[in-house]
Design a protein around this ligand. Sequence first.
Ligand code: FRU
Length: 489
Amino acid sequence: MTTIARPNYRGKYHFSPRRNWMNDPNGLVYFAGEYHLFYQHYPHGTTWGPMHWGHAVSKDLVRWEELDIALAPDENGTIFSGSAVVDWRNTTGFFAAEPGLVAIFTHHLERPGKPPLQTQSLAYSKDKGRTWTKYEGNPVLAHDELVDFRDPKVFWHENTGRWIMILACGQTVCLYHSPDLKTWTFGSEFGRGVGFHGGVWECPDLFPLAVDGDASRLKWVMLVSVGDAPAYKEGSRTQYFIGDFDGVTFTPDQASPPVRWLDYGRDNYAAVSWSDIPAEDGRRLLVGWMSNWKYANLTPTEDFRGAATLPRELTLETRGGEAVLVQRPARELARARVPLLALGRTACAAADAALRSLQLDSCELVAEAASDRSFAFKVRAGEGQETLIGFDAAAGEVYVDRTRSGQHAFHEHFRGVHAAKLQVIGDAVRLHIWVDRSSVEVFAGEGEAVITDLIFPDAGSTGMGLIADQEDFELISLTVHQLEPSAMD
Ligand code: FRU
């Protein structure tokens, strides 16, 4: 008798809840040496249900410890997405002694015979996020007409000395301001006739970044996730805008900016950034939900469903005369590296042979090759299965081909090839590839083009390889590391 190993789809170095459902990251905040990751969570099943905030913390962005549920439904409704901040100045009056955490989230109330009601509410914690008290004055912000009125992201705006909230309002975002997080004043609306509107707008974020690290060239980046709609096979995805923000109004650099996507894969949604990263660190760190509303409830994981993307550092860098958003995996991940392979200039057949000698269900690859050649790495390869990650020189595109990556029958739109244009700098193309038990993340170039895709291969599909159109193709360099979070110093 042969036994077929059941696939283990839980990421080795990606966060997923021990059990049950997860969607959006929520309440991302750094406080007292810990990165907090709250998340949309249904603790009684593996599909979306009445939402709670699950909670995990990490000291290094790699190893996550799951804690008790932070926020559970109450008479105002279930707990939808939102953010968290440190109230350093005790503007709320919640914290007499030490600064503490305030969560600003959406209450979602189902009402018989009426559309649901979405309002914004507060909860605070005086013990580093371990226990939470809901504010007795909840909700703090409601709308008379809008049904889709949710996902508050709040930050302290230094220049005006007040809190700003960016909120998804159906097909636009609204900006509010407040002295104390409790009373909110409408400032402006953004998005009418601008950007992509093929689905409901959700989970916005707004933050400043210095172009090319030059503090005198500050720009504001707005992220807006757009929900799934039947007309778009891409499902839910996240767009971004670059512009200026004066404390009231966001003005995009171009009157009608082209649509720009954060990620060209299918599985990075509702990505938002961490609040209160210390100034001496200075990074803008982001994490997304590694799934897609098109099929999120159907993916073939067993005791859990949903995971976070790798944490990424965001920068704004000039490419071809304009500022673009660049993503790099958080540098802390390098501390989990265990070296497996390091090649200099190597012919295709030899590099392929070296890769074939490895059997890995998770790893990190960094490869460089001449940009006038097409090539592809095979990962998670086995009986009739492979995921291809490659560069198409003629198209100038990097791609992930998951058409034969493993289980796909759970949704007709899961199979496919996902490509991103890559503006090559110099004459070499660089691919930084992260493979985990049910995902691949590709950062091409310096991270100007990113593809995040789920895959569901068999447990035995652990083969790797390299293919190229031309026999004389060679790699400039290749390194392969295993990631061992438990071996981190
Ligand atoms: C985005 C989203 C949010 C909402 C939450 C509900 O994925 O639809 O707009 O707050 O998920 O779980």
